[in-house]
Design a protein around this ligand. Structure first.
Ligand code: HPA
Ligand code: ZN
Length: 324
């Protein structure tokens, strides 16, 4: 790992907190909560992390998070991620959580948000590590279910800055959620959506023009659509790209074929993020390193990527200045 990458001040904009659940913590929480797992030990669980596509990952991801049951579990999960981020010189994070994946199992919305928010507040106090929380709707579920979740979030509005859209992309286009995104915007949430990970570039356009999101999560399919790329560059619409995720989920066959640098050099505001680091082989520094070693990104490229994240984040301009 180069000292340049380690010392670079970083901002993370695409991270699912449930995707930071390491096998060791799965076993620790299973024991604490009296749950029997289908795997003999940590290494047997890790060996099951073999993915062909997004859906094969999601199956394991939703299974793993069933050990998260109490407010303390969500606090411990989030705290472990923030401690790791602090070690890697990550200065600000905007993280997703998937409330429906927990409330569907009978976990209280309050326990999820209070656990996560408690850890976020502690990291700000201890390290000055700032954060925003983004509530993601699961796109394989109905718009009606998303509306119910928006309603459940009402008492916690002050802890939740944005609304997002994740889970199985193909067959679940942005237009399925047009009304709920409009209402979320009226309620004062900022908007993002996963689009163009496995889905087509048209999902990116629809997320921008119909859902009216301000950032696209992933968005790598834009590389196949020259007019869209030109628009993204012209309007400086940020893409929160996740290199190791794209490799492990076979969005790209090899890191040398990743579109990150083509997008960067075309003037698109691309950023580096870890997505689900416990499953995809690394946190922020590992993602920067993959671009350096696998794609030949220069230190100047990596610096520009880090500056793009500062530009794309939601901190007030006065606070952005203190990040770099
Ligand atoms: N894509 C879609 N849904 C997800 C992801 C992702 O990368 N990670 C967690 N849920
Ligand atoms: Zn994601």
């Amino acid at each position: 790992m180069s000292s340049f990458i380690r010392e670079l001040p970083k901002v993370e904009l695409h991270l699912h907190i449930e995707g930071t659940l390491e096998p060791e913590m799965v076993f620790y929480l299973a024991k604490r909560n009296g749950i029997t797992l289908d795997y003999a030990d940590e290494s047997a669980l890790r060996a099951a992390y073999q993915f062909n596509d997004l859906q094969s990952f999601l199956n394991i991801y939703y299974q793993g998070m069933q050990v998260l049951q109490t407010e303390q579990d969500f606090f411990d999960l989030t705290w472990a991620y923030l401690a790791r981020s602090h070690q890697e010189n990550v200065r600000h994070v905007e993280i997703f959580f998937d409330p429906q994946a927990h409330t569907e199992r009978g976990v209280a919305f309050a326990d999820v948000v209070n656990g996560i928010s408690g850890a976020l507040a502690k990291a700000k106090q201890e390290w000055g590590l700032t954060s925003y929380l983004i509530m993601s709707f699961l796109r394989h579920l109905s718009q009606e279910a998303a509306f119910e979740t928006l309603q459940q979030a009402k008492p916690f509005k002050s802890f939740i800055t944005g609304v997002g859209l994740d889970s199985a992309e193909r067959g679940n286009p942005p237009t399925k959620f047009t009304q709920v995104f409009a209402v979320a915007a009226q309620q004062g949430y900022r908007l993002v959506a996963h689009a163009g990970e496995e889905g087509p570039a048209s999902y990116i356009r629809d997320a921008l023009d119909i859902l009216k999101v301000e950032r696209i999560d992933h968005g790598v399919a834009a590389i196949h659509d020259a007019p869209l790329m030109a628009r993204l560059a012209q309007e400086r619409i940020p893409l929160t790209v996740c290199p190791l995720s794209n490799l492990v989920l076979k969005v790209v066959d090899d890191m040398s074929e990743h579109p990150m640098l083509a997008l960067l050099h075309a003037g698109v505001c691309v950023t580096v993020n870890a997505d689900d680091p416990a499953y995809f082989g690394g946190y922020m520094n590992a993602n920067y390193q993959a671009l350096q070693e696998g794609l030949g990104a220069s230190d100047a490229d990596l610096l520009q990527l880090a500056l793009n994240s500062v530009e794309a984040c939601w901190l007030p301009e006065s606070e952005k200045a203190t990040l770099v």
